[in-house]
Ligand binder design. Structure first.
Ligand SMILES: [Zn+2]
Length: 219
């Protein structure tokens, strides 16, 4: 196989090659002349791309730092047209529809918990193209009971996303659905310290930015 050289000649003049080549004086000369330097590319990544955000925030106003500004979200303006960090609204992360999961989210929109079920009666979740039990491709979406029990849970005491800060503390649980599959969700309408393993729960739907999310409450 022919070896392909990594070096791509740039137009204009002779170019140094390799990392130990002489300094690129041709580039300095052309920059001094004010030429637009063809082929000179800016660095692809900033030098400190992984720096902790809090350092950058500290250099901003104290209020902005306190608000723990997210990377995105609609910002509101105060009467003088200044950004008011205290009124930042943060878009929560929402599920991504895929061809496999679209029927599930369509069911949620109608406040139905739908799962796939094969001709042999196996239910499963998350969505897939074949039954994970018998590999059957003969299946369909069916409405599940929406009932189950708390199999395991954790209580979040700190926010890992600004959109969830107001909800703290909250319980995230693995729900053992009555049909068999396990389902990761939040347990709501109950103090997190009241959640217990084995507690019967039922699905409830919460509209978050136009998407209905299946959550669970004590049954
Ligand atoms: Zn099956």
């Amino acid at each position: 196989m022919e070896r392909v050289r990594a070096h791509v000649p740039r137009p204009g003049s002779a170019r140094p090659r390799g990392r130990h080549a002489r300094p690129r004086r041709w580039l300095d000369r052309r920059r001094r002349r004010g030429d637009r330097v063809l082929g000179a590319r800016p660095r692809l990544q900033p030098r400190h791309r992984a720096r902790c955000l809090h350092g950058a925030r500290a250099r901003q106003s104290r209020a902005a730092h306190a608000a723990d500004l997210p990377a995105h979200g609609a910002r509101t303006l105060d009467a003088r047209g200044h950004r008011d960090a205290r009124q930042v609204t943060i878009a929560p992360p929402l599920p991504q529809r895929t061809p496999e999961s679209a029927p599930f989210w369509d069911g949620c929109a109608q406040e139905e918990l739908r799962l796939q079920r094969c001709a042999s009666g196996h239910w499963w979740f998350p969505p897939g193209r074949q039954c994970p039990e018998c590999w059957s491709a003969d299946w369909r979406w069916e409405r599940a009971s929406g009932r189950g029990t708390v199999f395991s849970f954790v209580v979040f005491q700190r926010s890992y996303h600004p959109a969830f800060r107001e909800a703290l503390p909250y319980a995230v649980a693995v729900i053992a659905l009555a049909e068999g599959p396990r389902f990761l969700s939040r347990v709501v309408e109950i103090a997190p310290d009241q959640v217990r393993v084995g507690m019967p729960v039922a699905v409830t739907f919460e509209d978050v930015a136009g998407t209905k999310l299946p959550l669970f409450r004590r049954a």
